[in-house]
Unconditional design. Structure first.
Length: 164
């Protein structure tokens, strides 16, 4: 927070809320042998498979918003745990396709149920999962997530105040 700010900035509040929810999900899925990031991966994969897709690691990275390298690391760990299988994409030998194993499907269904209950609890202050305030909150978050980021500018203090 800045000294001149009358209260926390929206960015600070989003960061705090994201951390609070991440910790809550981590605690909820730990008994199932998952971390929050792993849950995000298997739950997304579950939804994509139900839609008839067998996504590549890149497609899953794009879907989850996680870095492709991180998805690759998570996928290898989940494969070692017997929850997903990674196979070469017949259309692109450089790409790996992902699918939940039977065990992965079972664990993911349990984790989704646990996290859905957690979300119901976390959204209770807004009136619950289907409340108008929750829908408005979701719409606002979606608007912020859909807004493109400006290209990053190098942090070079020596060029401050000059034009290119």
């Amino acid at each position: 927070m800045s000294k001149g700010s009358p209260g926390p900035t929206p960015g600070f509040l989003v960061w705090r809320l994201a951390n609070k929810w991440r910790v809550a999900v981590d605690r909820a899925v730990t008994p199932l042998g998952l971390t929050h990031a792993q849950y995000s991966l298997v739950a997304s994969l579950h939804g994509m498979q139900r839609a008839g897709e067998r996504p590549s690691q890149r497609q899953l990275a794009d879907h989850t918003g996680l870095e492709a390298l991180y998805v690759s690391k998570l996928a290898r760990a989940l494969e070692s745990a017997g929850l997903i299988e990674r196979t070469r994409d017949p259309r692109d030998p450089r790409a790996m396709q992902l699918a939940l194993t039977e065990q992965g499907q079972a664990v993911t269904r349990q984790a989704i149920a646990v996290v859905q209950e957690l979300h119901r609890q976390l959204l209770e202050p807004l009136g619950g999962f289907d409340a108008p305030r929750t829908r408005a909150f979701t719409d606002e978050l979606t608007t912020l997530l859909d807004a493109p980021l400006a290209p990053s500018v190098p942090n070079d203090w020596t060029t401050e105040g000059t034009t290119p």
